[in-house]
Write a new protein. Structure first.
Length: 191
């Protein structure tokens, strides 16, 4: 392989890697109920059709949507309240934890149905076998776990939310984002 082809291949790889990653705000900077909704870029016809199918379709349609647009785009489109539920449910199929802080913020401060969907998506992601992740995902994974830990300890939150947060944290603890001993046990069933 000549140098020009190698350089072109490396440039294409770097561009693809850069497009795959997004800079996610920290969990403390995210709020599911933000008053100002930012309008994302217009959708092309293929994406619009995928969103329409995912909104009214089966899990396979949400899986296809996540694969087509990626997790960062799901979050961006999910900032619009009308698409939030679909985006949150499609995030079950994200390959990384880059949007965990956003999901955790919805779990803590979203409407009950959205919070339950966000916690379900987090549990689905956590249930996948551990695999190597990009170092950039480490910050989002840690921020999301800290937000879930705060939710699990908050006596002002609904018990169902706290229980799901504990469940997710226990599943995520082997990834090193939270110590097992820090996870509340006061919600465990008593024998």
């Amino acid at each position: 392989m000549n140098r020009a082809a190698l350089a072109l291949g490396l440039a294409a790889w770097a561009t693809a890697a850069a497009c795959h990653k997004s800079s996610s705000p920290s969990a403390s900077a995210i709020s599911a109920g933000d008053a100002v909704e930012q309008a994302p870029a217009p959708m092309d016809p293929r994406e619009a059709e995928a969103w329409a199918r995912a909104e009214s379709g089966a899990e396979e349609d949400r899986m296809r949507l996540a694969s087509l647009v990626g997790c960062a785009s799901l979050r961006e489109r999910g900032e619009v309240a009308a698409r939030r539920s679909t985006a949150v449910r499609a995030m079950s199929y994200c390959d990384d934890f880059s949007e965990l802080p956003w999901l955790a913020s919805i779990a803590a401060s979203g409407r009950d149905d959205e919070a339950a969907q966000a916690l379900d998506s987090i549990v689905d992601q956590a249930a996948r076998p551990r695999r190597p992740t990009d170092p950039e995902d480490g910050q989002e994974l840690w921020a999301g776990c800290q937000a879930l830990l705060e939710l699990s300890r908050s006596s002002g939150q609904a018990r169902a939310r706290r229980v799901m947060a504990v469940r997710a944290l226990r599943m995520l603890s082997d990834r090193g984002c939270v110590k097992r001993g820090d996870i509340p046990s006061d919600l465990d069933a008593k024998n």
